[in-house]
Design a protein around this ligand. Structure first.
Ligand code: NDP
Length: 282
């Protein structure tokens, strides 16, 4: 079977067009113009690219954005002061600190300082807790993007067996909770899981987020499964995911490519969270 390719680029473009329309409507009605503040500490090249992409995406949908580029040796107090100021501004609805931060800064202290309703990354413990108990929350962008891909592709989740490979706080755990909320029966696997293939072969929906190319091969996938490859790995010759694409595509019913699958959805969901923060709809 040749899998249907889940086109993250096209789905992201469609959602961004909807966000753009909503912002135009807010502007026309003198409503709040969603505003996102992004803070980057240091000059890490990958982080600089991510921040530039976020800035461009905001501009493309008519959102207000501010980028604060702070020197690498910025101390925690200075960063907390800036977050405090942004927390108090009524024209800034979303605050994001690009991770990782340099070692003199404690990541948890920074995440905890952002007001939960402005925490558009969904990393604040209040939002994590709300997600856990099923209350309206800021949902982390990549897991939310994965769910949007599944929904836009018409994948039914109720009663399905979902297997998530990876248990990070930003991808694996939250996506498992979201799948559970949608009535899938969820298994979370990780590096200490015994007989990984025994689990993955049972999956109707398989989400892979390990950061290891080739984690999932063709023989580890059930015929007709839906496979979401979250991995982004730079190898000689370009970017690859965590799934051996060609052999898995021969067995799966649908699969996300890398690049062009989950990747474009992450910033799209950041825009959506910022819009949600501006309109107060939690
Ligand atoms: P982490 O490194 O935080 O977590 C990786 C997880 O995978 C861990 O839970 C680890 O297990 C597990 N793991 C590692 N190797 C194996 C293995 N061989 N078998 C089973 N489980 C394994 O990564 P992230 O969750 O942050 O990211 C995962 C991937 O997704 C990366 O490639 C990252 O670049 C990509 N990513 C892509 C995004 C996008 O927008 N497209 C956004 C975020 C991430 P253990 O806990 O036991 O160590």
């Amino acid at each position: 079977m040749a899998a249907r390719i889940i086109d993250g680029k096209a789905i992201a473009a469609e959602i961004r067009a909807g966000i753009k329309d909503k912002i135009a409507l807010l502007r026309a009605n003198n409503g709040p113009v969603p505003g996102l503040a992004v803070i980057l500490v240091g000059e890490d090249p990958a982080s600089q690219t991510y921040v530039r992409n976020k800035e461009r995406a905001c501009q493309a949908v008519g959102m207000h954005s501010e980028v604060y580029r702070l020197p690498r040796d910025t101390n925690q107090g200075k960063l907390l002061e800036l977050i405090d100021e942004l927390n108090g501004r009524s024209d800034i609805h979303g605050i994001l600190v690009q991770l990782p931060v340099p070692e003199q800064i404690e990541t948890a202290a920074i995440i905890n300082a952002i007001r939960p309703e402005k925490d558009v990354d969904g990393f604040h413990p209040v939002n994590v807790g709300r997600l856990m108990v099923g209350e309206p929350a800021m949902i982390p962008c990549t897991p939310q993007g994965i769910m949007a891909l599944l929904d836009h592709s018409g994948v039914e989740l109720t009663g399905k067996k979902a297997v998530v490979v990876g248990r990070s706080n930003i991808v694996g755990k939250p996506v498992a909770l979201l799948l559970l909320q949608r009535h899938a029966t969820v298994t979370i696997c990780h590096s200490r899981t015994k007989d990984l293939a025994g689990h993955t072969r049972q999956a109707d929906v398989l989400v892979v987020a390990t950061g290891r190319p080739g984690t999932i091969t063709g023989e580890m996938v059930k015929e007709g499964a839906v496979v979401i490859d979250v991995g982004v790995n730079r190898v000689e010759g370009g970017l690859v995911g965590d799934v051996a694409f060609d052999e898995v595509a021969n067995k799966a019913a649908a699969i996300t490519p890398v690049p062009g699958g989950v990747g474009p959805m992450t910033i799209t969901m950041l825009l959506q969270n910022t819009l949600q923060a501006a309109t107060g709809v939690w």
